[in-house]
Design a protein around this ligand. Sequence first.
Ligand code: C2O
Ligand code: CU
Ligand code: CU
Length: 558
Amino acid sequence: MDSTSRRKFIKLCMTSVPALILAEQAKAGGTEGNPPVSSAYRTPNSLQRYIDPLPIPKRLAPYAQHKDETLFHVRMLEFKQQLHSQLPPTRLWGYEGHYPGPTIEAFRGRAIEVQWENHLPSQHIFSIDPHIHGAMPPTPAVRVVPHLHGSRTASESDGLPEKWFATGQMAHYRYPNDQVAATLWYHDHALGITRLNVYAGLSGFFLLRDNTEAALNLPSGDYEIPLLLQDRTLDDLGQLVYSPTHEDGLKLPQGTWGPEFFGDLPVVNGAIYPYLEVEPRPYRLRILNGANSRFFNVFFNLAKGPTDIPSLVPFHQIGTDGGLLPRAVALNGVLLGPAERADLIVDFSGLSGKSVTLSNNAAAPYPGWEMANMHHERLYELMQFHVTRPLSGKTQVFDMATQSFFEKLHEADSVATRDFVLAEQLDDQGHSLGVRINGKDYDEAVTELVKLGSVEKWRFINTTDDAHPMHLHLVQFQILQRQGFNPTTFRNGSLELVGSPRPPAANEAGWKDTAIVNPRDVLTIIVRFDGFAGRYVFHCHMLEHEDNDMMRPYEVIA
Ligand code: C2O
Ligand code: CU
Ligand code: CU
């Protein structure tokens, strides 16, 4: 990997450091293998906000073009990248040596192939908990398997967790792109270490386009911005720290699995507290929550400080995980659990000279309770939009009414209802041993066999205190409803629904591949298992949960 092209990617400018403060040299001296930190750098908690431009991931160039298929090569590499201009470069793993990875763009109906190559070193950045499923020696510490989240692919190309490959190996996957335009993303999925591999930097956007979407004439080019929201913790040398906690917020010993991880710093497209200069006009923002455990409830705020009364910039949501909504929805804020996406139109017209802060008020853990909340940074601010650019030409007229035709799935077509009880296992001290689905481990025999082409209702019954973003591979589904249940009668084996069923909010009434099930709630989704027969998985997308064993296989039978 040539390091110049890597460095070109992030145009973080050292000349913008206004005040130099001394880094903690004492600590710097004590860390093996790292050069002493220059006094030009700051510590992570004294970073200045909004001095680094938002990086926009480059589009991945094809490796070869065959008749009607495009071939890409993607190498997974270790490299260094500055996450903030006041920090030394951070050791990361990334696709093609970038964090986030380059954006893969594809068009509906035109298949692409990707050769995924593992060029990572044989030592992992983080210590591995060998008690977690699939992570026991002699399994190699460094192993990867890329998954294209939200795509309908054959099982062999899905990136199943157990299909990992070690350093020096590769996999060749095919993506048919036979589905509507959507904001998809690719990320690592290796069994038992997904949380560590994604945390190290292995994720990127995959934008699938089509003619329906093109006809809307939505803001594009410089006016279409993908935003990958994540959180990271750094040591005083600017290096990644993976430090999961118990649910009460207590830190766990190094290298031990913990039920959740919340970083101290917001990272957007690989930069800490970045800013983007925008024109006073509408933008299309494709927001992806790519965090391990953190939920983001984002809003656009004109107020100066996080404690000032918010002054909201209203916006529209035009799409969900799996494509355009039946109609655009006016909103003041949008909640995204890990892996969820929101396709937004935000209009900066009339805001010339103003700064708009992309803000967040989701509790960590979500939905949160006082005790644990105190232990984690809230990350009230994520990035800023500076409306400083002059309007370049006329803003084009576009149509955001979105899909004139939207295929709603009907309950009457459902041939089966499956129940999945989400329950946490606790040790004597009340600490989590992981969450299970129907009490089963991942490697127990497949219990869900669904017929290709059939429609089913799946109900997730959440007996835990946390919200869980539940995700199915292969399909895009629709949310039917959410409803509370009586936990007391449930303990005795009967599911008694209480309160009124809540249909999905207008901005969730589209194609979803990940949906939040609240504590003490039942989430019902309707799914058509279209496309391919074969083995797939479904799981909670909080990566700590997924790794310890909140994941189950399912099989589509032809
Ligand atoms: Cu985003 Cu099974 O994954
Ligand atoms: Cu997925
Ligand atoms: Cu979970």
